[in-house]
Design a binder for this molecule. Structure first.
Ligand SMILES: Cc1cc2nc3c(=O)[nH]c(=O)nc-3n(C[C@H](O)[C@H](O)[C@H](O)COP(=O)(O)O)c2cc1C
Length: 291
């Protein structure tokens, strides 16, 4: 093996890319959620890759916990791919800085535009915090996105194969820096999420702590069969079945796997997602996610 590619995924986009790169570059794919984040993680010899979705223009929290436990990064070729639904934002800059704090150097960071798996706020203000919807992507547009992502993945594989350096794909830099400079995540972001999750304000929780409690916005309806898919697919064991119904434990990564993979579409986000189309990457099966 030439090295390791670590990935995190909720709906399979990042897993599909990790699998292709593992195949082209002879890398061992490792699910970040399967690792113990309470002790140091020393990757096996060789190059190292990280593939993960963009969350809120930045890194999933599980990815930050993983990076903070990494050791033995010096003089290793490190590459990363973020998958995103709209913009990569400053994901790669945050990742570069976080790796640098562990002694690692991000040599090449790529962004891949893929289908969006998150909720979208309503256009109007009426019933704002209850009315988030799942974004329905036209099948032809979705197909084009996936084909373009596959084509770019082959270019990424070639760039990694030749150990290219100095690549850092970012976007919306001005707006993301402005959000950072004005600390909007800790003010507007936190306030919105507190309302969505029904937390009482004012709260001493940080934006990241509120993110972990977003599962309070999930509900389950009567079409639930108690099959336990949600409990098995949750990458951080945030769901327990009690009387054959999911109960969320409030350390949620927001990956949306429970909602998107539920075979009965019984899991909802607030009041407005029933009957809306669910998404997962077409080359990734439930079996791939669970086993
Ligand atoms: C909680 C959450 C936040 C997200 N935030 C962003 C974002 O800020 N920008 C963006 O372009 N996409 C965002 N997305 C969309 C995902 O990054 C995108 O669909 C990704 O490819 C999903 O990868 P996965 O299938 O491996 O989970 C977000 C998705 C989730 C679940």
């Amino acid at each position: 093996m030439a090295g390791t590619v670590f990935y995190f995924t909720g709906t399979g986009n990042s897993l599909a890319i990790a699998r292709t790169l593992a195949d082209r570059l002879d890398l061992k794919p490792v699910n970040i959620a399967s690792l113990n984040h309470t002790q140091a993680i020393a990757p096996e010899a060789g190059i190292m890759g990280i593939i993960a979705p963009v969350y809120h223009g930045t890194l999933p929290l599980i990815l930050t916990r993983f990076i903070d436990k990494l050791s033995s990064l010096e003089s290793r070729y490190i590459f990363a791919v973020c998958t995103y639904g709209d913009h990569p934002g400053l994901f790669m800059e945050y990742l570069r800085d976080r790796l640098a704090a562990r002694g690692g150097k991000l040599s090449a960071g790529f962004g891949l535009h893929m289908p969006y798996n998150y909720v979208t706020p309503p256009a109007g203000l009426k019933n704002f915090y209850n009315s988030f919807t799942l974004r329905e992507i036209d099948p032809a547009v979705e197909q084009r996105l996936l084909v373009t992502a596959d084509e770019k993945t082959e270019h990424i594989a070639a760039a990694i194969q030749s150990r290219q350096t100095g690549i850092l794909e970012t976007d919306s830099v001005f707006i993301t820096r402005l959000v950072d400079a004005l600390n909007l995540h800790e003010t507007m972001g936190k306030s919105s999420w507190s309302k969505i999750t029904g937390l009482n304000e004012p709260s001493s929780l940080t934006f990241d702590e509120v993110r972990l409690r977003m599962d309070k916005a999930f509900t389950v309806d009567d079409s639930c069969t108690g099959c336990g898919t949600c409990e098995k697919i949750c990458p951080v064991d945030d769901i327990q079945l009690v009387n054959s119904r999911p109960i969320w434990q409030h350390h949620c990564e927001q990956c949306f796997a429970c909602l998107q993979w539920c075979p009965s579409q019984a899991i909802q986000f607030r009041n407005n997602t029933a009957g809306q189309k669910r998404y997962h990457h077409p080359r990734v099966s439930l079996h791939d996610m669970i086993f």
